[in-house]
Design a protein around this ligand. Structure first.
Ligand SMILES: [Zn+2]
Length: 235
């Protein structure tokens, strides 16, 4: 194989390695961002439980006040009834009111108990979530640190390949490298193997003349279909 083609192939290998290394960095950064997002989700979960607890606390308190108020009303009616300085009609009215309010207070008390049950449930859910949050955050932060180390290594690899590529480019003939760069705007593999008369890039059969020139090592030979620079793998 021509020395120039070998040089271009080395640049192409460096470019492919660079592409893989850069994609790896991108994936790691996306993973890091996702993990940061999970920390935010864990915190948001605890804060929504805290909101729910506070809301239930307010509702429960209001319901208990309602029960107390009604209880006070009933006591007042009962007192007026017991004092008895009212007409028979008023006494009948008071008795009816007391019966009605007693029915209401039973329902309210049931509701107040339900609210208190919900409140206790929310309190323990919040306590559990709060106690678990630290551990979850620590685990996720440890993951992020691990990803940061991987990112650092991958970035160093990108830098190393970039340096290596610059050396390869400096060694290659400028006109040939320019041709390579022009082809690379269209293909990730501007240098393609000729395999049994077929271009390894576009997979089309080249003319017998072209194949002969590649086999004979007659300078830089390009595929007449896609313009990729061709080489023989057996060289
Ligand atoms: Zn081709």
């Amino acid at each position: 194989m021509l020395n120039e083609i070998q040089q271009l192939l080395s640049v192409q290998r460096a470019d492919q390695a660079l592409h893989e290394a850069s994609s790896h960095v991108d994936r790691l950064r996306a993973h890091r961002q996702q993990t940061e997002g999970r920390i935010e989700q864990e915190r948001a979960h605890v804060s929504s439980l805290a909101d729910r607890f506070r809301q239930l606390e307010v509702e429960s308190h209001a319901k208990n006040l309602e029960v107390d108020d009604l209880d006070m009303n009933i006591r007042n009616y009962q007192k007026r009834l017991d004092e008895g300085i009212i007409s028979f009609k008023e006494m009948e009215d008071l008795r009816t009111k007391i019966e009605m309010e007693k029915g209401r207070i039973n329902r309210l008390e049931d509701e107040a108990l339900e609210r208190m049950d919900s409140l206790e449930g929310a309190r323990s859910a919040l306590a559990v979530a709060r106690s678990e949050l630290g551990g979850k955050e620590d685990a996720l932060r440890a993951q992020i640190q691990d990803v940061d180390r991987q990112i650092e290594a991958a970035v160093a690899q990108v830098a190393a390949i970039t340096t290596e590529r610059a050396g390869l480019v400096a060694a290659a003939p400028p006109y040939l490298f320019a041709q390579y760069e022009a082809l690379r705007t269209k293909f990730p593999n501007p240098i393609a193997v000729l395999d049994r008369g077929t271009c390894g890039g576009c997979k089309l059969r080249v003319s017998g003349n072209t194949a002969e020139r590649v086999r004979g090592g007659m300078g830089i030979v390009t595929c007449e279909h896609c313009s990729r620079v061709l080489y023989l793998s057996s060289d």
